[in-house]
Design a protein. Structure first.
Lengths: 213, 213
DNA sequence: CAACTTAAAACGAACGTTCCTTCTTGACAA
DNA sequence: TTGTCAAGAAGGAACGTTCGTTTTAAGTTG
């Protein structure tokens, strides 16, 4: 096989990445051997090492892809106009996240949430990945903070709390729910949306310093 | 050294566990070699293998400890009487979680949140740990569900949403914030408490089927 | 035929673990 | 109180295995 088409090269690369993602979702990055990946991809070592310089590059490629998908989901949700209320915003980013690579399953459950958790676990080890994640996180935080500011300026949300704190809280809700999916299997997005909606109906303590009756 | 006191044996065991926890928080379970642990514990292989049958047992011991601490934090928060409102409930469990093993730091930041994420990443690989986690999660979910029911019955929260959904949402918020700490370093608990408090001030969509003005 | 992909065997390094030795300790006899 | 001894904890080199990777040869296509 010589001078194959670019499409073929791309397909091979994707085939390897998909096989690796499956193995990684099953066993984690470092408990997965290259030979596991080779077997899953039904390819030989020579073939795989033509596309990736080694295991670390394979891990980095998948982590980047996963983090990129998550960030894209957050960004897309933030671009909705007009900005939906918090419960819908959170639900839409979660739905979009869980829709990525839906066909890639391990034991019948989606592999993607597990890959997200695996990616998190890899961050402390890799400064470059950490920088990418940090950049994406900061950007999402800022975008969501602006949306929260909108809530507050339009009077839909009390204004005595830093928008950034609310943004971080909403992000925590989404990522926490992704973790739940990774650990306990899939669940409808409605759970988080409704749960948030219920919380939104609870009367909170008044702002500190406010006049008491 | 022969027939040393039980206290000494316990101290050695803890010394090994602490060293391993530090290494694991730094590099993850499987990228940490036994020799890394030996060096960190300042002990020889013979010593460590007298207390643990192997690396897997070391990992299992630490994961169990970490999950146990997290579960204890959730349980303690749920035992508060009378049950605090959601923002305070969430803040108290988070505070309690982050207070565990506070002195165990890597690069100056607490190791515990990282260990939590590492534990999550290990779950798909180990059915026994998964069962332990599942049991703890279900129990916390049920306990928090009962609290939410209390909110609803006392009229502090709209009652048209399943208590379990709210419980899962609050758990997601806490775990998501733990993940943030693991990835981006420590942050005050107040962020999550205030963020939740702000969300609680947002008027939500009325229940489906409710009469429209 | 030329160019290049794939297969497969094999390599060195690093891993987890074991094994044997050395050293320490507490118990006990004198 | 002191000296001796057995028990067993710790040390550390060495083992076999497995890993990621490289190399070499065969195969395939334009």
């Amino acid at each position: 096989m010589a001078r194959v088409s670019q499409a073929h090269l791309d397909a091979r690369r994707r085939q390897i990445l998909d096989a690796a993602a499956l193995c990684f979702a099953r066993n984690g990055f470092h408990a997965t051997s290259m030979q596991d990946v080779l077997k899953e991809a039904d390819l030989s070592a020579g073939a795989v090492y033509r596309y990736f310089s080694g295991k670390e590059e394979l891990i980095a490629a998948i982590v980047s892809e996963v983090l990129g998908e998550v960030r894209a989901a957050f960004d897309e949700a933030a671009r909705q106009s007009p900005p939906p209320p918090p419960d819908l915003l959170v639900a839409s980013v979660l739905g979009r996240t869980l829709a990525t690579r839906e066909s890639l399953t391990v034991d019948g459950v989606p592999a993607f949430p597990r890959l997200v958790v695996q990616a998190w676990s890899e961050i402390p080890r890799n400064a470059q990945l950490a920088a990418v994640l940090r950049e994406g996180y900061d950007s999402v935080r800022a975008a969501w903070g602006r949306i929260v500011e909108g809530y507050q300026k339009s009077g839909r949300m009390r204004a005595d709390i830093a928008p950034d704190h609310v943004a971080r809280t909403m992000i925590a809700a989404v990522t926490g729910f992704i973790a739940q999916q990774a650990l306990f299997g899939p669940a409808p997005v409605d759970i988080l949306r409704d749960g948030l909606r219920a919380l939104m109906s609870v009367p909170a303590e008044p702002p500190a310093g406010s006049q008491l009756g």
